[in-house]
Design a protein around this ligand. Structure first.
Ligand code: COA
Length: 577
């Protein structure tokens, strides 16, 4: 079917709808909304049989939706309406939610229903839910709706009249007056709901040391405490803030924009405060988390290690999947520790949401010398990946529970096995950030998918579903699991892997293969070649990287579809290498 995707952004959900419909053989075009006339032009040009809008902040003009069936994905259950659906659900502590696919008509979110799907709402941030439970439910509903449309005999259900029994919930935009935390009375549970409902955007507006900040992210803390509202500690860049009955960890902060100033962007909280306040920032104790906290502790840590017999699990989770120089170094240190343990299988990642999105573009943007910081960050990332590639005494599994992109996808590709949740999406390329890329991708990627497919993947710069990634060899196992089930499923699979009779044989074979590859071409040569090109990207004249990065971190609106999505780049499956 010829389908036109109309979206406010080529975001994770749009990418997933695009990639999954593409996997099913539909012919797809993407139009990023920038006004009614360009949309009319796109519809005229592509003559779609169906229009699907995975995320839309604008309305579709009447003449378009009367002439074409336009399906709108609404992140709310039957009867729910409004622009802050998921935010309200989290704010009010809903345990389950849903996604509805509606036909566009006069009333916003009021059209007839083509399909809907329910999902649980575990206590995590909004963007995490959006990329995981909501994304899974959206795909279920979109695929069903597209199938129904294709069959031609389905009548969508109007949201009124006989047979309509859902409660109507039409809720307004959730603004900062409602989101604001009252530190003098809000209990930890309430503070967490407010923080999570605004995570990762727009954040909760608050005042710290006399200045306005948006708070991003929120995790409970069960040991620390203090005067309500007071900052009591730092940990790995996050700040801990006391509540009336405990404390919460806040990993990131963003300054409120000042009139005429450039758009501030999110940074690790302690770093943001230090940059803004300098000497005025009161000394806060750094309270590191134990690498293996007791199971009943409620605290925040971005890197953790646990063992179950012959299997080690090195879990990491960084906001936005971004890994700064400091993150990479701490993870490498933890990796060294994990590799010193008597295990035969080491599982990396395995948590919910982003596996990794590569170097930390925000921290780089904030640095006094962004080129120098880019260089430090890519080298720290490479040190980690090199250590993974050179692990020859055990099997390393990358457990990709959420999306991975750029250097983060290559980090996974360095492992012996990549196990990917079926709902995760991979963007294994750097091109859109104006980078050649490193992380030994010129070694790992061709080894997995073949030289030709490696070039196609990195040049075409298209999202790849877990199923497609498996088909081309980028992923070894697709794990059919919900986001919450992923970790236990991986733990089970890893224990089976460690107990197979030939595990030692596999480790020996891997060691021999590494030695062979090293003799053919040392890893150091791959690194040197990649870094020579990255150095040019960072320091060379006329390179687009710095401008692209600045636009990315400041979320400058994309005024037109990225060049690789322009007409003529119809979606087709990535061929085998
Ligand atoms: N550095 C800093 N922040 C990053 C990041 C990075 N490398 N990658 C993603 N993020 C942040 C985004 O700014 C965004 O923040 P927000 O939640 O406050 O809006 C969040 O992570 C999610 O990213 P977003 O772009 O909204 O998700 P998406 O699903 O639409 O797109 C990517 C995912 C990975 C395709 C896109 O984020 C991207 O291109 N990232 C940059 C990858 C890259 O070039 N890395 C550097 C080279 S190794």
């Amino acid at each position: 079917m010829r389908i036109l995707l109309v979206a406010s952004a080529f975001n994770s959900l749009t990418q997933r709808v695009f990639a999954e419909l593409g996997d099913r053989g539909h012919s797809l075009r993407v139009h990023l909304t920038v006004g009614d006339d360009p949309l009319r032009d796109a519809v005229r040009r592509h003559a779609p049989e169906l229009i699907v809008a995975p995320i839309l902040k604008a309305t579709i003009p009447r003449d378009v939706w009367t002439a074409h069936t336009c399906l709108i994905v609404h992140p709310g259950p039957l009867g729910d309406r409004g622009p802050s659906s998921l935010d309200w659900a989290i704010h009010e502590g809903a345990r389950s939610w849903g996604v509805t696919v509606l036909q566009a008509d006069e009333v916003m979110d009021g059209g007839a229903v083509w399909a809907h799907a329910g999902c649980p709402l575990p206590p995590v941030g909004k963007s995490d839910l959006y990329r995981n439970e909501i994304s899974d439910a959206a795909l279920e509903a979109v695929l069903r709706a597209v199938e129904r449309f294709g069959a031609g005999d389905f009548t969508p259900r109007p949201q009124h009249g006989e047979g309509w029994d859902a409660d109507d919930h039409d809720r307004p935009y959730l603004d900062q007056n409602v989101r604001r935390v009252d530190w003098s009375s809000d209990a930890t549970a309430v503070v967490l709901r407010k923080l999570r409902a605004a995570d990762s955007q727009p954040g909760v507006l608050d005042t710290l040391f006399g200045e306005e900040w948006f708070l991003h992210g929120g995790h409970p803390e069960d040991e620390l405490g203090g005067r309500p509202g007071e900052l009591v500690a730092t940990r790995a860049g996050a700040v801990c803030r006391a509540t009336v009955d405990g404390a919460v960890w806040i990993p990131e902060l963003r300054r409120r924009r000042r009139t005429g100033g450039s758009a501030p962007f999110k940074l690790p909280a302690a770093m943001a405060l230090r940059m803004a306040l300098g000497d005025r920032l009161p000394a806060l104790p750094e309270v590191p988390a134990p690498l293996s906290p007791a199971e009943d502790r409620r605290t925040w840590t971005d890197i953790g290690y646990r063992e179950d017999g012959p299997v080690g699990f090195l879990r990491f989770s960084f906001p936005g999947g971004a890994m700064s120089t400091a993150h990479c170094r701490r993870l490498l240190e933890a990796y060294r520790f994990a590799s010193s343990r008597p295990t035969s299988v080491l599982v990396l990642g395995g948590g919910r949401d982003f596996f990794s999105n590569g170097i930390h573009l925000n921290v780089i943007e904030a640095a006094a010398d962004p080129a120098k910081e880019s260089w430090a960050n890519i080298n720290a990332m490479n040190d980690l990946v090199e250590r993974i590639l050179n692990t020859t005494d055990r099997l390393v599994v990358a457990a990709v529970g959420g999306n991975a992109a750029a250097g983060g996808a290559m980090l996974a590709a360095a492992a012996d096995e990549v196990w990917c949740r079926d709902g995760a999406l991979l963007n294994p390329y750097y091109r859109l950030m104006g980078l050649y890329g490193s992380e030994y991708w010129t070694y790992s990627l061709p080894r997995r998918v073949g030289a030709a497919a490696a070039v196609r993947l990195t040049q075409r710069a298209m999202p790849v579903t877990a199923v497609m990634a498996h088909r081309i060899g980028l992923v070894d196992q697709v794990v059919e699991a919900s986001p919450q089930e992923f970790a236990p499923r991986v733990a089970h699979m890893a224990s089976l892997l460690a107990s197979t009779s030939d595990v030692q044989k596999r480790i020996a074979a891997k060691k021999a293969a590494r030695e062979h590859d090293e003799a053919v071409k040392p890893l150091a040569d791959y690194r040197a070649e990649e870094l020579a090109l990255m150095h040019r990207n960072f320091y060379g004249p006329g390179e687009p990287y710095h401008a692209l990065r600045s636009a990315f971190v400041r979320k400058e609106p994309v005024r037109r579809a990225p060049p690789h999505l322009e007409p003529g780049t119809e979606r087709a499956p990535v061929p085998r290498g």
